[in-house]
Design a protein around this ligand. Structure first.
Ligand code: ZN
Length: 408
């Protein structure tokens, strides 16, 4: 018989208090503490649910955690009775551990803000639906956690997904889908909570017109405040004369802000790249220099591919961090990240998952033989697989059956 590992009473109190005694399930926020039946008693209706399961063979497995790790507050999420029941029973398998951790972290971040008296709204991108496209099977869907790892081979639609999500802010990215041979009607929908449920859509109709919708009402452009930051795959493009132009084009930003962002990177103690900065050389070209792992001060042009990739990731994180203080932000990391080894990937995922970063991230990776190893190493990310090739790619979210309706 396998035994159930229960939280101690003191642990349950910690989990409840961190949650403000309110349900941490996405968009629930129900109060779970209030007046009791008699004038001198409170009523507590919430429950501390296990993220990794309390019993062997539970809905989410135990993620290779030890008994003492399973009992820690880090493995708990405070839920109202309805959601505790939903997450703990058979349907619990529909809520992977990474998703529950994301909900919990989002809720705790919101509570921390309220506690500081900051009322700024936060939004959460819950789901991307590719209703119609030339790449995916109809109604392909991807649920997003705080950090989502998308694994797909060549021609599995990675770039298309990045382009379409980015097009909500930069519609010019739809151009190659609208003209020429690649044309086919397109419809993308994003479901966000801010905390009310919002749906924003864009598409290309049969007459090749680009259209936008907010909550199913047609609008001229996307007015919803939402910022995608996309680190694209520019590895094979020639290096421009000025190094800051290279960073700017990889991230779709203006060259003149690159120096400012590098300054932020140099102040980030977790950054891979130390002391990056721009210097002007004798010919008037702007050159980036930084310290490598051995503390040697080197020009960007002699960086290895791995070092360049890590610098771009540092810059992307700095951009997303600033943006997410003001608008909901999603960081899409493609390109160099696909060639990161599992150790560097794990470091990046841990940085992205940290509570100080208020944005969501999607990391793209080419299918790889160490997939299983990644799995065990990183319980905090949601894994998504792109199966097959254009024009009928399937999206499979691990732990979620395709197309199920998750009520909230
Ligand atoms: Zn609830």
């Amino acid at each position: 018989m396998s035994k159930r590992i229960e939280f101690k009473k003191s642990t349950k109190l910690k989990i409840a208090a961190r949650s403000g005694y309110r349900c941490a399930f996405l968009n629930c926020d129900r109060a779970t503490a209030g007046p009791g039946a008699t004038a001198d008693e409170p009523s507590i209706t919430g429950e501390a649910a296990h993220i990794w399961s309390a019993a062997e063979g539970g809905p989410r497995g135990q993620g290779g955690l030890t008994e003492s790790d399973l009992c820690r507050p880090q493995n708990g999420i405070w839920l109202c009775r309805t959601h505790a029941k939903m997450v703990d029973e058979k349907r619990g398998a529909h809520f992977p551990a990474a998703l529950l951790m994301s909900y919990r972290d989002l809720h705790e971040a919101r509570i921390a803000r309220e506690q500081q008296g900051i009322a700024r709204r936060m939004a959460w991108l819950d789901r991307v639906t590719v209703a119609r496209s030339a790449v995916f099977e109809p109604l392909a869907q991807m649920t997003l956690a705080k950090v989502t790892l998308v694994i797909g081979g060549n021609a599995s639609g990675r770039t298309a997904l990045c382009e379409w999500i980015s097009a909500f802010e930069r519609p010019e990215l739809l151009e190659r889908w609208r003209i020429g041979k690649r044309f086919s009607p397109l419809r993308i929908e994003l479901k966000l909570f801010d905390p009310a449920e919002q749906s924003i859509g864009l598409g290309i109709d049969a007459e090749r017109r680009i259209y936008f919708e907010v909550n199913d009402v047609g609008v001229a452009y996307n007015p919803f405040p939402f910022r995608p930051i996309w680190l694209r795959d520019d590895r094979f493009n020639p290096m421009p004369d000025n190094d800051d132009d290279w960073i700017a084009s990889s991230l779709g930003i203006d060259s003149y802000v690159v120096g400012n962002v590098l300054k932020e990177v140099s102040e980030d103690s977790d950054a891979f790249t130390k002391n990056p900065r721009i210097e002007v050389d004798d010919e008037g070209h702007r050159r980036i220099r930084a310290h490598n792992r051995d503390a040697l001060d080197l020009p960007l042009r002699v960086f290895s591919t791995g070092e360049r990739g890590r610098l771009l990731v540092d810059v992307a994180i700095a951009l997303a961090r600033t943006s997410s203080r003001f608008v909901p932000t999603i960081l899409l990391l493609d390109g160099f990240i696909t060639s990161f080894d599992s150790e560097n990937l794990r470091t990046v995922a841990a940085r992205l998952a940290s509570a100080e970063n208020q944005f969501q991230s999607v990391l793209f990776r080419v299918a790889h033989r160490d997939e299983d190893a990644l799995h065990l190493l990183s319980p905090a990310w949601q894994m998504v697989h792109l199966r097959g090739r254009e024009t009928n790619v399937k999206i499979e979210v691990e732990g979620l059956t395709s197309g199920i309706a998750r009520s909230s």
